[in-house]
Write a protein of this length. Structure first.
Length: 310
């Protein structure tokens, strides 16, 4: 019987809080287990000033953690699920998804809610998805690229470099900064990233001992929701830079899934909703993707790939 495990995490304050929360849940189940956290720097962390939509490849916040797993330097890795590509490296698997926090986007602003901001107000975001949805809702605002951790982004707002910034509600809540939220943005106009608000535990295939340790942490309604979201993303071509969003919600035995694909050139947005038995999340995600492809999403995705490859 294993007496200690090593948890892999990025080194940011948010990532460590997330890894520590998972470690605490494991420790509560197995108080005799020695648990340590290994901080690993990813390419996304090293290139703090590069725009995420301009970085080559996928998984810029997870690849080095996965390498540490495959090499046996850590026993499990804790990721923000929205950072994890839909294709998992051979030899690894996503073993458990913890209960999701609020998946919504939020505005942190010096000058009031989104509807109250003056024309020309500068809003920071590191997400093309958020920028496109912002321009669709308030085309008179200026969406500007911003990088850095949550604290850095908040400081840029406080110092007046930006009039506001759009962030994930879950990130602020985990950091204890819920009081800084100016407004929770409505899902009708700001659909979140696939997996936003959820944490996932990745392990080696075949490591049944670690699998048994973390399986009680799997939250079934969250797992069903994000499985549908990731199937939707994968069916659309997953790794491309097109602005894609989805949110699954379980209500009793029914799983509803809303999806969005936007065109980069003009910001046109396609949205659709499907629902099914919650036991069929993969099928639901693929069905919603096919519906959006028939609505014209394929053209949007091809355009995004062409821009990416220039």
């Amino acid at each position: 019987m294993r007496t200690k495990i090593v948890v892999g995490s990025r080194g940011s304050r948010l990532a460590l809080i997330q890894a520590e929360s998972v470690a605490a849940q494991i420790a509560q189940l197995y108080p005799e287990l020695e648990i340590s956290i290994s901080q690993i720097v990813t390419r996304g962390d090293r290139r703090r000033h590069a725009r995420l939509d301009r970085m080559e490849g996928v998984g810029v916040f997870v690849k080095e953690l996965e390498e540490a797993l495959l090499e046996g330097r850590v026993d499990l890795a804790v990721h923000s699920l929205k950072d994890v590509p839909t294709q998992i490296p051979e030899g690894l698997c996503l073993r458990a998804v913890t209960e999701r926090l609020d998946p919504r986007d939020v505005l942190v602003s010096r000058k009031g809610k989104l509807d109250e901001l003056a024309a020309g107000a500068k809003i920071g975001t590191g997400s093309l998805r958020r920028a496109v949805q912002l321009k669709s809702y308030r085309p008179d605002l200026e969406a500007l690229s911003i990088r850095g951790n949550v604290d850095t982004r908040l400081r840029k707002v406080a110092e007046g470099e930006f009039d506001g910034v759009i962030l994930a509600a879950a990130a602020l809540k985990r950091l204890g900064g819920e009081d800084k939220i100016t407004e929770y943005l409505p899902r009708a106009h700001f659909l979140p990233a696939v997996g936003q608000g959820a944490l996932v535990i990745e392990t080696r295939l075949g490591d049944e001992e670690v699998a048994a340790l973390v399986s009680p942490l799997n939250h079934l309604p969250t797992a069903q929701s994000v499985t549908a979201e990731r199937a939707f993303l994968r069916a659309l071509g997953g790794g491309c830079r097109a602005p894609i969003a989805a949110l699954g919600m379980v209500n009793g035995a029914i799983l509803g899934l809303e999806g969005m694909v936007a065109r980069v050139s003009d910001g046109r947005i396609l949205r659709a909703v499907e629902e099914s038995d919650s036991l069929s999340p993969e099928e639901l995600g693929m069905r919603l993707a096919q519906r959006l492809l028939k609505m014209g999403a394929a053209e949007f995705i091809t355009e995004a790939r062409d821009i990416e490859n220039r």
